[in-house]
Ligand binder design. Structure first.
Ligand code: CTP
Length: 432
């Protein structure tokens, strides 16, 4: 284990060592658990630390936050806390707990428990390992279910027969980890998973939890592989009976992969993309608008998310036709694309095979997007124009001229405005 820890980046080593100190000072045994530990053993980079504490996770987190001079968000009800750190590190601290599921697919009843009970409530053996971070405790790996061997052999295995019944979102998680790591679902686990699917448990889970797991699948490196595996094992009727992805969907996913890579490479300073939303809109593309809206509502997506997904279905085809015209003017391209989100624009680029359309999208992102005028309302006022809706009209005209390279400098813009207000229609707006 020491060799694994040694290889970690300095910031992680320091954080773990500080957490070890807090563990000693508070006399609360603390452990690295979950995905961080799994990825450490798989030699994969992970900056999301999960720390489990026997005692009081919140007090522990507060002391650690003080040492790190970081912010902290406490979730009193769950006995957990998240440290708010600058940079890429994320730390969640929890008190060890046990869970009891009153019935299938319901939320668990949680109460304090020992470390072993905490590991026992987890989904798969590879996620049910712990590592004591207090040097005084010997810093050893705690592996009650053979997780380390399963990691070495590439196996996804549940801890007990009721695992999928207790929490059917684990069906999606098993597929996600299987595809992410190229692991096999161990034969008995596979039977239990099929049994859970066949008995319709995915229809019984709270939709928010299905949505969260679906989003996680679409955020993976290869969402097409994820959806293919999910569809072949469980179908997608639990989202919509009309959802039947085929070759066209998977080749659209490939095109989306390329467009996202192009966008990230060429526009690193722009807003972070909601990539999952682009894939989800691609997945839903063959469906009618009403069905898409119904799915968005069933999954309880936010208004803005639904708007981006439905908006593509509603006007994507029309916009592509307009953008595919050779010689579309920059102001026309701007007016079509400026109101859209980057996610929608990327989807348009992925869907369209027309070279002009793709060139116009590239021009928009490279040149026109975010183009601003030098003149302001102050200048219009200085020219004697009364404030009102006419300001927007004038700005739109000057911007169109700028996009079409008819004006470039501040003086050009002012000269154009002077010409515009000479027109009989706008003259009356001048100050008396
Ligand atoms: N867990 C679980 N059952 C779930 C969700 C989570 O048992 N339905 C447990 C697992 O032990 C998991 C840990 O909670 O490792 C943390 O959950 P999460 O952060 O969702 O998963 P990670 O394993 O960290 O996965 P990822 O690498 O995708 O973040």
């Amino acid at each position: 284990m020491r060799a694994y820890l040694k290889r970690l980046p300095a910031e992680l080593k320091e954080l773990i060592s500080l957490a070890g100190k807090v563990s000693r000072e508070t006399r609360m045994p603390a452990y690295l658990v979950g995905g961080f530990l799994r990825d450490l053993l798989l030699k994969k980079r992970n900056f999301d630390l999960d720390i489990c504490v026997e005692g009081n996770g919140i007090i522990f987190a507060e002391k650690l936050a003080k040492k790190l001079r970081s912010g902290i968000r406490v979730h009193e009800r769950f006995g957990t806390a998240t440290l708010i750190l600058k940079g890429r590190l994320k730390v969640d601290v929890a008190t060890t707990r046990k869970e009891r599921y009153p019935c299938c697919a319901s939320l668990p009843v949680v109460s304090e428990g020992s470390l072993i009970e905490d590991l026992m409530r987890r989904d798969f053996t590879i996620n049910a390992l712990a590592f004591g971070i207090n040097q005084g405790q010997g810093q050893k790996l705690i592996d009650p279910f053979g997780g380390r061997e399963d990691l070495a052999k590439g196996r996804i295995r549940v801890l007990h027969d009721l695992s999928f019944k207790d929490d059917p979102t684990r069906i999606l998680r098993a597929i996600r980890f299987q595809q992410r790591f190229g692991f096999k679902i161990e034969p008995k686990t596979f039977l239990l998973l099929k049994e859970a699917i066949d008995s319709g448990l995915l229809y019984k889970v709270n939709v928010h939890r299905i949505r969260d797991e679906l989003i996680l699948m679409l955020k993976e490196d290869n969402p097409a592989k994820q959806i293919k595996a999910l569809y072949s094992l469980a179908g997608l009727s639990f989202i919509s009976p009309k959802l039947k992805p085929g070759k066209a969907t998977y080749s659209l996913f490939k095109a989306i992969d390329k467009e996202i890579a192009w966008f990230n490479k060429n526009f690193p300073g722009r807003r972070h993309l909601d990539v999952w939303l682009i894939y989800l809109a691609g997945l839903l593309k063959p469906l009618g608008l009403a069905e898409i809206k119904k799915i968005c509502r069933n999954l309880a997506l936010r208004g803005g998310e639904e708007k981006r997904i439905a908006g593509f279905r509603q006007s994507g085809a029309r916009i592509i036709v307009s953008l595919s015209k050779k010689g579309a003017s920059p102001s026309r391209i701007f007016s079509l694309l400026e109101p859209l989100s980057y996610e929608t624009i990327i989807l348009l680029a992925a869907v369209s095979k027309n070279k002009y359309c793709r060139k116009h999208i590239a021009d928009f992102l490279e040149i026109y997007n975010g183009m601003r005028l030098y003149v302001s309302g102050h200048d219009l006022h200085g020219l004697g124009i009364l404030p009102g809706p006419v300001y927007q009209k004038i700005f739109a005209k000057v911007l169109a001229a700028k996009l079409n390279a008819k004006v470039s400098t501040y003086e050009d813009e002012l000269a154009l405005i002077r010409r515009l207000i000479q027109c009989p229609g706008t003259n009356a707006l001048k100050k008396q």
